[in-house]
Design a protein around this ligand. Structure first.
Ligand code: 5RP
Length: 234
């Protein structure tokens, strides 16, 4: 296992130790960091920890079930106590880019359905300014090239010049999200100086379902370091 994967694991263990209590209603994030966390959590559940959990993707459903965590329908669970999820990038004010795994829509819904969201990551995810990681925008399939033009316009109006936008592909086919939409990846560079207004502007474009800027969700982050230590920043 790589040092980075070890650091992701360390973050998962720390969030369990510091934030998770018996009886909680939990949202389980997506991506490799979250999956390490879910696997660790499975050990605690097997040991008697009682939780009610829902997830942010079909892939996390699969991992949770594999480790013996029962999944409750998000429509049945009510308000969640906590969601634990990983970023693709996070800045020092806890604004994030998410959606590298194409799960941003469900992730944002579940984050907002929770009293608190804590982000878990390894130290490589922390940046001064967002944008080196391509910003994902989830769009409906209909007329997606029109939506793409409008997304480009919104980026330019927010001072992001010369961004290129690509429809996400895998194995020669467009990626289709768990909700049946396409992903447009906006290659901006580390220039997203003010992500909150951009997050709102992108979501006002017809055809945009959600975007990967998460500027209001995380209350803090739990960071796993390559030397095996971890820290919490709130
Ligand atoms: C999926 C996500 C993931 O949470 C994000 O991509 C982080 O993934 P990883 O832990 O594998 O780096 O937003 O849509």
């Amino acid at each position: 296992m790589s040092q980075q994967d070890e650091a992701k694991k360390v973050a998962g263990r720390r969030v369990i130790a510091d934030f998770i209590h018996d009886g909680m209603k939990l949202g389980l994030g997506s991506g490799t960091t979250s999956h390490f966390f879910v696997r660790e959590l499975g050990k605690h559940v097997a040991g008697g920890l009682r939780l009610t959990c829902t997830t942010t993707s079909r892939s996390t459903n699969d991992v949770a079930r594999e480790v013996g965590i029962e999944i409750t329908d998000p429509n049945e669970i009510g308000e969640l106590d906590l969601t634990v999820d990983g970023p693709d990038e996070i800045d020092h004010r806890f604004a994030m880019i998410k959606g590298g795994g194409a799960c941003l829509l469900w992730e944002k819904i579940i984050a907002h359905a929770s009293k608190q969201m804590i982000c878990i990551c390894d130290e490589t995810k922390i940046v001064e300014r967002l944008g080196s990681f391509p910003l994902p925008v989830e769009v409906v399939q209909f007329a997606w090239k029109q939506t793409e033009r409008m997304v480009a316009g919104a980026l330019a109006r927010h001072g992001i010049k010369g961004a290129t936008i690509t429809r996400r592909m895998r194995d020669g086919q467009p990626v289709v999200t768990d909700s049946g939409n396409f992903i447009l990846d906006c290659h901006c560079g580390p220039v997203i100086a003010d992500p909150a207004p951009l997050e709102i502007a992108l979501n006002q474009i017809p055809g945009v379902v959600e975007n990967g800027l998460f500027t209001r969700e995380a209350a803090g982050m739990v960071v796993g370091c390559f030397d095996g230590t971890s820290y919490v920043k709130m």
